[in-house]
Design a protein around this ligand. Structure first.
Ligand code: PSU
Ligand code: MN
Length: 304
């Protein structure tokens, strides 16, 4: 550990005493949700983790340090920072070295969490293989991180804006187990079903924790993806979902959006087209994931 790596007080104490900790990302705050819904979401997720009996560790980069367990004031400052970088594995070090501000994607959050010794992380939906990947080559660094960082990522599947069948194939190729909690299907973020199978279904946190613990104990070296579908009552109605998705994807193509801008663009378009419905759904699934991640972190601590 050095000055480039700073643990928040509560997180440091929790890790030192073997209490369950859940990592939380900040790209969803700065790029995934409209301001100020992002900050409210981050605080709601921290509260959800705390309520479920674990310690939240929200992660961000600023002032030349990678910070695991930022304060509310730091979170607000990060969210208000103009031009804050969306960090994955490739731009992380340069932004850190420049002393600039960066929010962490799933990839960057996995990296920082693992460095801190945190094994469980809650997000909304991971990045994956984009629908135009054959021409654009756009595949999220989240998959790279999952292939080489042993952290359990609780999500509502991959974002439906992606090519889900190719994303599932890629996860298998990379050796990343996909475990469904209460489902045999990979959820499609805004909705519970995608028609794509997971590697295994679990119906209790204990049985899920046993598989995650075994995966890490075997030294597989990869992350684990835990697919936790949005509660049925919160899911986006199918007709709204299909229309909004088609319109958002068409807009991205028409406007020639590329690279790191693609995912934030599509999420913002979904929000505009659905009149805020996509953000409401996003918040619901994030909270659901934070709670399950806290329960998983507790089960993993109990089993040791
Ligand atoms: N999940 C959400 N909203 C988001 C993201 C995930 O509900 O904004 C972010 C995550 O940080 C994820 C990133 O890692 O989008 C993926 O971006 P890309 O496709 O550019 O790798
Ligand atoms: Mn990308």
């Amino acid at each position: 550990m050095n000055e480039r790596f700073v643990l928040g007080e509560d997180v440091a104490r929790a890790l030192a005493t073997g209490r369950p900790v859940v990592a939380l990302e900040t790209t969803v705050v700065t790029h995934g949700l409209p301001h100020p819904a992002g900050v409210e979401a981050a605080l709601a997720l921290e509260a959800e983790v705390t309520r479920a009996g674990a310690v939240p560790a929200t992660i961000g980069v600023f002032g030349g340090a990678e910070r695991v367990g930022i304060t509310r004031a730091e979170l607000e400052a990060l969210a208000a920072e103009p031009g804050v970088s969306k960090l994955n594995l490739s731009n992380f070090a340069a932004v850190l070295a420049a002393g600039a501000a960066g929010s962490t994607t799933v990839a960057a959050t996995m990296f920082a969490a693992h460095q801190a010794g945190i094994g469980v992380f809650a997000t909304g939906g991971i990045g994956g293989v984009h629908r135009d990947s054959q021409t654009s080559g756009d595949v999220s660094a989240d998959l790279t991180a999952l292939s080489r960082i042993p952290v359990a990522v609780v999500c509502a599947g991959a974002k439906a804006i992606l090519d889900l069948p190719r994303t599932v194939e890629m996860l298998e190729t990379l050796g990343v187990p996909v475990y469904g909690l209460g489902t045999a299907e990979l959820p499609a973020f805004y909705r519970r079903e995608s028609g794509l199978p997971v590697d295994r279904r679990f119906d209790t946190i204990e049985s899920l924790a046993a598989a995650v613990r075994t995966h890490f104990a075997l030294g597989m070296g990869t992350g684990v993806l835990i697919a936790n579908p949005i509660p049925e009552a919160d899911a986006m109605p199918l007709p709204i979902y299909e229309r909004a998705l088609a319109e958002a994807l068409a807009a991205a193509t028409a406007e020639g959006v590329r690279g790191r801008a693609v995912t934030p663009f599509l999420l913002a378009r979904m929000n505009a087209i659905t009149g805020g419905e996509s953000v409401r759904v996003n918040l619901a699934l994030l909270r659901n994931n934070a709670r399950v991640a806290a329960e998983l972190a507790r089960a993993l601590v109990r089993g040791e």
